[in-house]
Write a protein that binds this ligand. Structure first.
Ligand code: ATP
Length: 309
């Protein structure tokens, strides 16, 4: 009997993204605090008679997501996830993966990573692998630095390359407005610009450490304190490559956002609001300002990858 399994996994914002100097292996040491938000990717895995891995992709209802940059071949991170799981467990079957995207593409919000996390869980289920969480974590880390976090969700500290995850205490809900751009930014290019700025003395890159101010604000559920403490070391590099993002940030501040930053490697701009109502007011102001291509309100923390069927 053909049985489909559907798994949902969240996008994320980085409340802190502190980046150290590039290492000889080309990676940057990170100290980051992730928060999963309630924008979701959904992956439905259906076993196949043959050994092919076949992808289809669509946009979630109501989501303004541009699918043109999403590959449907073996370079798609969901296909890579299915293949990695298959190799690790000696599986020979193929799978159809139907991806429904609710997270902006190339927006610095880990949409592809969420597809990978959802695929791992869905394929483990359809292939009946009895995989432990630790085994999934290991495969997840091999796929990308954000994959382990979106597998777990909620709020977490990420060290190392961001994939060494520890859950963080957090109280209450935080309300976000996410302003996205049709033209994405390549994470690799943003890091290259970061390296150039450090080499040219325009920026310093210190050994990264987790911010006490952020941890205290999270435990207290204090959105104002969190807004003041948001930090993203990649923001200057993202602004250097995409200077128009400054006008998005300015517009969010005009609407009294508690804090505004480029999300991860951008170009999505994340603004923190006092309440859901305030988030909708900021979203309306951003829409009128015509500085972003799409604006969406979201809240966090959200759960990690979960089976929905
Ligand atoms: P992160 O925040 O983890 O750095 P991101 O959210 O900025 O990632 P993604 O949406 O994950 O960016 O995609 C980045 C690029 O990866 C896309 O431009 C696309 O070419 C490629 N890609 C591969 N697989 C996927 C996928 N499943 N969904 C979206 N993009 C994918």
């Amino acid at each position: 009997m053909t049985r489909s399994v559907t798994v949902r996994a969240p996008g994320k914002v980085n409340l802190q993204l502190s980046v150290g100097p590039v290492q000889v292996d080309g990676y940057h040491p990170l100290a980051t605090v992730f928060q999963a938000v309630d924008l979701y990717e959904t992956v439905t895995a259906t076993p196949r008679e043959d050994d092919a891995i076949v992808l289809t992709v669509g946009a979630a209802r109501g989501a303004d997501v541009d699918l043109t940059a999403v590959p449907l071949d073996a370079t798609n991170i969901a296909a890579r996830a299915a293949l990695a799981l298959r190799e690790a467990f000696g599986v020979s079957e193929g799978v159809d993966l139907d991806i429904v995207k609710g997270v902006p593409v190339a927006g610095g919000m880990a949409g592809g990573s969420a597809d990978a996390a959802a695929t791992l869980l869905a394929c483990a289920e359809v292939w009946d692998l009895g995989v432990s969480r630790a085994q999934l974590d290991e495969i997840a880390a091999g796929l990308g630095a954000d994959v382990p976090f979106v597998l777990h969700g909620h709020t977490a500290v990420g060290l190392g390359r961001g994939d060494d995850i520890t859950p963080a205490m957090s109280r209450g809900r935080f309300h976000w407005v996410l302003a996205t751009q049709a033209q994405g930014l390549s994470t690799a290019e943003v890091y290259r610009e970061f390296d150039r700025m450090v080499a040219d003395g325009e920026r310093e890159a210190a050994t990264p450490a987790i911010s006490d101010a952020i941890m205290v604000a999270l435990v207290a559920g204090n959105a104002e304190a969190l807004g003041d403490a948001l930090v993203n070391d990649l923001q200057p590099a993202a602004l250097s490559l995409a200077p128009h993002l400054q006008s998005v940030m300015d517009a969010a501040l005009e609407a009294d956002a508690l804090g505004v930053m480029v999300s991860g490697s951008g170009p999505t701009v994340a603004a923190l609001a006092r309440s859901r109502q305030h988030a909708l007011a900021i979203a309306a102001h951003l829409t009128v300002s015509d500085t972003a291509d799409a604006v969406v309100a979201a809240s966090g923390p959200a759960p990690g990858a979960v089976l929905v069927t």
